[in-house]
Design a protein around this ligand. Structure first.
Ligand code: ATP
Ligand code: MG
Length: 416
């Protein structure tokens, strides 16, 4: 039987890409004009009724068009929220269908670009979608499979994302460690390469920590207090005060939870808090954010601030909250960011060390560390990895497409 036509797809928390091998080299589809990666974002536009994806979805949000924006959908895989039906643009829909529509659009664009039909998919997956919960991990893969089938693929196989990246590295003899820090997860593969360029995977490991968790931490620590997090609320039934419940603020700081906060019950909750607030100015901001649906604008502002703080030549890194209130902003120093993220960075370093332990390899035996994924651009990550593997060269080849490149290279043989 001839091999089925298989598309390699890196469905990322923040960015996605797709491709095939052409003459033994990875070839990625131009998913948007001039771009081989596109933001994993959707926008349900009200007029005309349609779902926009990628940069176009983000533009609709920024332009303030009527509709519902969503990002970090991958983080919902394996959770009960994924299969809950909700009303969107007048139809009942769950997140399986939303992700399926996103994947179907990638399939369609890939088919238009290559003049062929893709019946099968080779998809990347994090080593662990959920750090500690095996049932959720298995459920997350089942969920993602269902999304691919609903998108019109007859079958899908999965490959660990860091393993795909290892298969796309420039061949170099010795021991290598892929450190892929993305939007939702951190993934590691230790591999050995021979002179022939053949790649052997020795161990893979992963954690549910990524750039969206960095954003969440920075938002909880530095933005949510301005909206009333931790602020005293008068007890409606008696004397005294209690701190505002953390839940609503934690959800507002979490990319994938933001759309759920625009339901009537959350808005009422915010109004209730505001009317009993001892610091009404702060809680009034929370009400505005939910009423005007500014949650994603704030999350983007936090993400931009995080990236600025990571640029040594940036004149004034800050979280700019002007969409919420004129002049409102949080100056960010590199030290503030490093403090806020210290625990998460420690866990990532421990994850890398655990990968080596699984393979019985000492850190000083690693010849090169290959940094992959947007969050590996954080200077603190690079610094920790060179501390961990002191003898290793630090590489950063095609960091944003290495996973997709590896899936593209492996797609044709995925169903052998
Ligand atoms: N210059 C930068 N400095 C720090 N972080 C950055 C930078 N550029 C992008 N990021 C972060 O990288 C993350 C996205 O990386 P990437 O595209 O590799 O993720 P992904 O592949 O979609 O996610 P995952 O593999 O975890 O599902 C975002 O959280 C983004 O804020
Ligand atoms: Mg990734």
């Amino acid at each position: 039987m001839p091999a089925p036509n298989t598309l390699g797809i890196d469905f990322g928390t923040s960015n996605s890409a797709a491709g095939i091998a052409v003459a033994g080299r990875p070839w990625l589809v131009e998913l948007e004009p001039g771009q081989t990666t596109l933001p994993t974002a959707v926008f349900f536009e009200e007029q005309p009724r349609r779902m926009r994806i990628g940069a176009s979805a983000t533009q609709a949000l920024i332009a303030g068009e009527e509709g519902r924006f969503m990002r970090a959908l991958k983080s919902l895989l394996g959770t009960p929220l994924l299969r809950e039906e909700r009303r969107l643009n007048g139809e009942r829909i769950n997140f399986i269908e939303i992700i399926a529509r996103f994947l179907r659009e990638i399939k369609t664009r890939a088919e238009a670009a290559t003049y062929q039909e893709f019946t099968h998919a080779l998809s990347g997956r994090p080593v662990r979608f959920h750090s500690r919960d095996d049932t959720r991990n298995a459920q997350a893969e089942t969920d993602l499979r269902d999304c691919y089938l609903a998108a019109g693929f007859q079958d899908v196989r999965f490959m660990y994302e860091p393993e795909a990246a290892a298969r796309a590295t420039v061949p170099d003899k010795g021991l290598g460690l892929i450190v892929d820090i993305g939007g939702g997860t951190s993934d590691f593969s230790l591999f050995r390469q021979q002179d022939s360029g053949e790649t052997e995977i020795l161990a893979s490991y992963g954690l549910r920590i990524g750039g969206t968790d960095f954003d969440r931490r920075l938002s909880i620590d530095h933005v949510m207090p301005l909206l009333g997090r931790g602020s005293a609320i008068r007890n409606a039934f008696g004397l005294g005060t209690l701190p505002a419940p953390a839940r609503i603020f934690n959800d507002l700081a979490t990319w994938q939870m933001i759309p759920f906060l625009y339901a009537a019950d959350s808005r009422h909750k915010a109004q209730d808090l505001a009317s009993n607030a001892t610091e009404p100015t702060k809680l009034a901001r929370l009400v505005t954010v939910l009423e005007d649906e500014l949650g994603h604008d704030i999350a983007f502002a936090v993400e931009r601030g995080k990236i600025q703080s990571n640029q040594p030549d940036h004149p004034a890194p800050r979280i700019d909250l002007k969409d919420l209130e004129r002049g409102l902003m949080v100056p960010l120093t590199e030290a503030m960011v490093q403090n806020a993220l210290a625990t998460q960075v420690d866990e990532i370093a421990a994850g890398a060390a655990e990968t080596l332990a699984l393979a019985g390899v000492r850190a000083d035996q690693v010849d090169r560390v290959v940094l992959v994924g947007g969050s590996s651009l954080m200077t603190v990550i690079e610094h920790r990895m060179s501390q961990l593997c002191p003898e290793a060269r630090i590489h950063r080849e095609n960091a944003m497409t290495a996973v997709a490149d590896g899936l593209a290279l492996s797609a044709a043989t995925a169903f052998d």
